[in-house]
Design a protein around this ligand. Structure first.
Ligand SMILES: Nc1ncnc2c1ncn2[C@@H]1O[C@H](COP(=O)(O)OP(=O)(O)OP(=O)(O)O)[C@@H](O)[C@H]1O
Ligand SMILES: [Mg+2]
Length: 350
């Protein structure tokens, strides 16, 4: 089993410039053992550059990053301390999976028996003797993961490991990362997919345009950066909406014939409806997704926006939910009469 020293990745003032482009800008973060830390950021945010610097593949322009307290290049047996999957295609095409792993093992003083072990761990037994050039994307990812696991390292790093994988492969990688963290290892995994991180990570390091924007738990990140609301449907929205607004709760038109209420949980809303004899057809607490939280935090840090013809504004502008103007949703779509937005009431928050 991996050693007992503290398995940590620590970046301090970590900076990388390519010409006048600053890819990573004074990044400070710590990746700790026993949990899956997601490295979340849009395309071009600086995730791969940071990971390359952690592995000593790119030299920082400023600051430093250490693995287990040391510069990666000074680790005596790097594969036994850090395993990484950065580019699954970086394998000689004519070499078999088995020989690729055997070469790595031999040059790192790892017994050959471990090669069979990791091939079993990633489920490549039936194709271990076949040349890499015939491997599918998912098989290549599995081989890259086998290489990362070879030295039984305490720290593992995966750059976008689920890119291009089918649902079965995604689930497999997600479970593997969970298991590695449960074994007490440090697991650092990058993604630009908020939905994936929400399911995989316990903790987040959020990066945008090379800057660290947050280092926090997934739950805390969502709570701090996006507001939950209650979805309400009722045949008497005409009466209910003004009553909700009177309480100081913000009311917006929801999807279809419902309302979205901010500033109160389901219980006070249900009680208010009952006290006024108004039937409810739906009363549901809607938690914001990691994606919504991310959009609110990084609204202005996404470097490569897709142009959406005819779209005047993002669906969720940075800093808040789209307010519905007095008189209903824009475009004159039929919907419930909605009173002007009210400021949320912090005490009544769900
Ligand atoms: N070798 C390089 N030379 C010049 N610029 C580079 C180099 N490598 C990265 N960059 C730039 O640095 C920035 C960060 O790139 P990086 O690949 O680290 O982003 P990323 O977060 O991994 O993005 P993605 O989600 O697309 O993989 C980008 O603007 C990129 O164009
Ligand atoms: Mg990348």
């Amino acid at each position: 089993m991996f050693g007992i020293e503290p398995h940590m990745i620590e970046a301090r003032g970590l900076t990388k410039r390519y010409g006048d482009k600053t890819a990573v800008d004074h990044a400070d973060f710590t990746v700790r053992p026993g949990r899956v830390t997601g490295f979340l950021g849009p395309n071009g945010a600086g995730k791969s550059t940071t990971m390359r610097m952690i592995l000593g593949l790119d030299r920082p322009t400023g600051g430093h990053v250490t693995v287990n307290g040391r510069d990666y290049r000074r680790l005596r047996a790097p594969l036994r301390e850090v395993g990484a999957l950065l580019d699954a295609k970086a394998v000689h095409g004519g070499r078999s999976a088995y020989h690729h792993l055997l070469c790595l093992a031999q040059s790192n003083g790892i017994p050959a028996a471990r090669v069979d072990e990791v091939i079993g761990l990633v489920g490549l037994q039936s194709v271990a003797g076949k040349p890499f050039r015939g491997f599918s994307l998912g098989m290549g990812q599995r081989l890259g993961i086998a290489a990362a696991l070879l030295g039984d390292p305490g720290t593992l790093m995966f750059d976008e490991p689920v890119n291009g994988l089918d649902p079965e492969g995604i689930l497999w990688i997600r479970n593997l990362m969970r298991r590695l963290a449960d074994e007490g290892r440090t697991v650092f995994v990058s993604s630009h997919l908020m939905s994936e991180m929400a399911l995989t990570a316990d903790h987040l390091v959020v990066i945008g345009r090379g800057r660290i924007l947050a280092e926090t738990g997934v739950r805390e990140f969502i709570d701090a950066n996006a507001t939950s609301h209650v979805r309400v449907r009722s045949p008497r929205l005409d009466r209910l909406a003004p009553l909700l607004a009177e309480r100081g709760w913000r009311v917006e038109a929801g999807d279809g014939d419902g309302l979205r209420v901010f500033g109160a949980g389901p219980a006070p809303i249900g009680d208010l409806a009952a006290a006024n004899g108004l039937a409810l057809h739906e009363l549901a607490l809607v938690q914001p997704s990691l994606e919504e939280a991310f959009m609110q935090l990084t609204g202005d840090t996404v470097e490569y926006h897709a142009g959406v013809p005819g779209a005047a504004a993002p669906a969720v502008p940075p800093g808040g939910q789209p307010a519905v103007p007095p008189g209903g949703p824009p475009g004159g779509a039929p919907g419930p009469a909605v009173p002007p937005s009210q400021p949320p009431n912090p005490e009544g928050r769900p």
